[in-house]
Design a protein around this ligand. Sequence first.
Ligand code: BTN
Length: 263
Amino acid sequence: MSRTATTAWEIDALQAALQPLAPGLRVEWVASTGSTNTDLLERMRMGDARPVLRVAEDQRSGRGRLGRNWVSAPGASLTFSLGLPYEPRQWSGLSLAIGAVLADAIEPRPQRLQLKWPNDLWLSDGRKLAGILVETATDTTGQRCLVVGIGLNLRPPPEQGLRTPAACLQDIDPRLDGPAALERIAVPLVRTLLGFAEAGFAPFRARFAQRDYLQGLAVTLGTGGQGTARGVDDDGALRVQTAQGVQRITSSEVSVRPAAHAG
Ligand code: BTN
């Protein structure tokens, strides 16, 4: 572990800022790991459900939604996971609420940084800046736990194999690096999880709508259907106007692409 790296990450200050919100929360920095999400899920399944934020300088086997990979060179993306015991009144819309708060923390102008349902941050030109992977586990006592993994490009990733062209943080604010971005994101993220556990997605709906990339666009559904995106409901379901009427897309296991990106 390089001293410069850990100093730049301000681990102790971050931990001190988070602990009043999540008592006992530890912040960990590792030079390299397979996947921060997998690390925390495994730990929880072994019985350790203590709140933790784990950040990796290099993630070799990063995972994305729908079984995809999150590919990054060392230091080229901010990769971290937050894990904690979690039992919200309802789960639907969680990744949307997280996305909305993440975007607000990074770029206040909604027209610049948008949200691509259900869990991506895209610039308005259709390039992907960040992705969110929400997973759950149950510990040995039956306690339900949440792991939120976030990958945010700091430098342009290799274009090979990308489904969506990539953006990086420098496109938004050249002064922001990984540690500075994490410092901006961490406290609002934990606050959001606490708020969401009580009130669900409804209080975040307007913030999502302000940045909704798909709103009004022709979209192609993974199921083969087509329609026009018409915003999201109070539970985070995507409304798609199709020839058969409005379809509510609730499953995060379904891919929805702007028609221009489909293929
Ligand atoms: C997606 O775009 O589908 C979600 C990408 C999530 C990537 C992050 S990086 C930190 C955490 N660990 C992982 O293996 N994945 C998430």
